[in-house]
Design a protein around this ligand. Sequence first.
Ligand SMILES: NC(=O)c1ccc[n+]([C@@H]2O[C@H](COP(=O)([O-])OP(=O)(O)OC[C@H]3O[C@@H](n4cnc5c(N)ncnc54)[C@H](O)[C@@H]3O)[C@@H](O)[C@H]2O)c1
Length: 342
Amino acid sequence: MRILITGSSGQIGTNLALRLLADGHEVFGIDKRRNTWTNAFPYLLQDLAGHYAPYPGGINGVEYPETDLVVHLAAHAKVHQLVGEPHRALENAVMTFNVLEYARQGNIPIVFSSSREVYGDVHRFEGYNEQVADFAYTESTYSASKIAGEAFIYSYARCYGLPYLVFRFSNVYGRYDNDLRRMVRVIPLFIHSMMRDEPITIYGGRDKTLDFTYVDDCVDGITRGIEALAEGRVVNQTINLAYGQGNTLVHCAERIAHELRVDAQMTLAPSLLGEVTHYVADLTKARELLGYDPRIPLDEGIARGVAWFKEHREEHPDEDVAVVADHERAQETGLGWKTAPV
Ligand SMILES: NC(=O)c1ccc[n+]([C@@H]2O[C@H](COP(=O)([O-])OP(=O)(O)OC[C@H]3O[C@@H](n4cnc5c(N)ncnc54)[C@H](O)[C@@H]3O)[C@@H](O)[C@H]2O)c1
């Protein structure tokens, strides 16, 4: 297949593109940034968040290569950043609109990257199945952008017959995720800080429990979805992709410390505004529809992630510098902590 990936310079986009190439597909990427990880596939540098005129063969008058399926990953993907800069949440919705309009012109099936953030921070379920999402619990402007994206996708399916799959991801980690000067993600940040003998802060406290997904499992699920959608086996479905197990952030930090053979210097702090503090995915649908079977539990994934990080750091010693963490940004923007879950 000829697959177009938006957000192809990002963590999931890069991992997915390399997997699809290895499977024998053609990949064409679009991103507004250069890919700093690989030159293995062609891509176009384009900002997808503009208000553009109608476009038959590509966005903003650029003709894209012939495409069989679009995977739309491009987004501002950092929850707390979007609380501070809500116009970026609107840009996420605009990007999705542009990509949908392009897909509509050619009736090209689309895979959309949503998030477990659409469930809110409700603490009401053991495992969250796809049906329980309710926009009344919109936790942050980032969640709003993903709910809006999903709503656009569903409306295009109803109004124009555009085939889709929506995936709700959860804390993907493991490779091509440590460009901390661009985007601070919790697992690479903890590895980075502990390697520098710096303290870490656990926002959300001792009980904060999330479903961490090793990137190869996530990419395997997307790949299964791409094949099923293209063949018409699974169409117009919304599916959780995660590991399916809750782990506390404290446990995650302890495993990183264990792999690095250091003592973690941990401080517990209240949750940052907009963040979800409890989520465990119900994967019944992914298993039934796609045969999805995640293989890498957190402890194993952390071991792999730490090994990859250390190898990468040896090749890029210039990255061993202080990064601005979320709590410092929070203080800069004056947006602090949340009080209690809704
Ligand atoms: N990684 C996770 O844990 C996770 C969890 C839930 C949902 N998601 C979603 O999955 C998708 C991919 O996530 P990721 O972790 O790879 O994020 P990422 O930030 O690494 O990649 C997103 C890419 O989109 C690009 N982009 C942003 N604005 C753009 C614009 N205006 N025009 C063109 N490109 C633009 C960025 O440059 C970046 O390369 C995102 O939509 C994200 O919201 C990710």
